[in-house]
Design a protein around this ligand. Structure first.
Ligand code: HEC
Length: 156
């Protein structure tokens, strides 16, 4: 089945190549609206992982070290993804986005905040390998504070 999907995918890519114009499709890196979709989707998958960890940190769900570790690893990877969706030209505020114009007026600060999240998410993934909630908790809280800090300044 996997082989079939791979071969279908390469056929699709080949036919895109032949019909040239299909390659000019709008996508996250050349089209503002698609860039907004891209970053919002990335944030929402990132949040899903974050919420799953929060439930264990708060004790609403029993702590399971291996599930937590998976969520923390995915979260660390996903924390790197949304930002490319802010760099496409024209991906500025509009009806379909909660991003505030201040982002592009204070780009260095916004970028620094995104890098802080990435660094804290990486530390959380490292802490998660300890298998100890006591070690994980402070790392989780450190990662969590980035969300509100940035949203308060840059999200409607
Ligand atoms: C550096 C800034 C920054 C950080 C850090 C940040 N966010 Fe956001 N987030 C934004 C901005 C800006 C938007 C609005 C994006 C848009 O609508 O185009 C957003 C939107 C979202 C959305 C809504 C996505 C949608 O479907 O519209 C969720 C969910 C979200 N963030 C979760 C998080 C979580 C969870 C964290 C922390 C783990 C976090 N964010 C950290 C800037 C940030």
């Amino acid at each position: 089945m996997k082989k079939l999907i791979v071969s279908l995918a390469s056929t699709a890519i080949l036919s895109l190549g032949i019909s040239g114009s299909a390659l000019a499709d709008k996508h996250a890196f050349n089209d503002a609206e698609s860039a907004v979709d891209y970053r919002q989707s990335a944030f929402s998958i990132m949040r899903a992982n974050f919420v799953a960890m929060a439930e264990m940190v708060k004790g609403d769900v029993d702590y399971d070290a291996s599930i937590f570790e998976q969520r923390a690893e995915d979260f660390a990877r996903l924390s790197q993804i949304p930002w490319a969706g802010f760099t496409t030209e024209g991906a500025m505020p509009g009806d379909n986005t909660d991003a505030l114009p201040e982002i592009w007026d204070n780009w260095d600060d916004f970028k620094k905040r995104s890098e802080d999240l990435i660094a804290d998410a990486k530390s959380l993934a490292e802490a998660s390998t300890s298998g100890s909630l006591e070690t994980i908790k402070p790392a989780f809280m450190a990662a969590a504070k980035n969300c509100k800090g940035c949203h308060d300044n840059y999200k409607d």
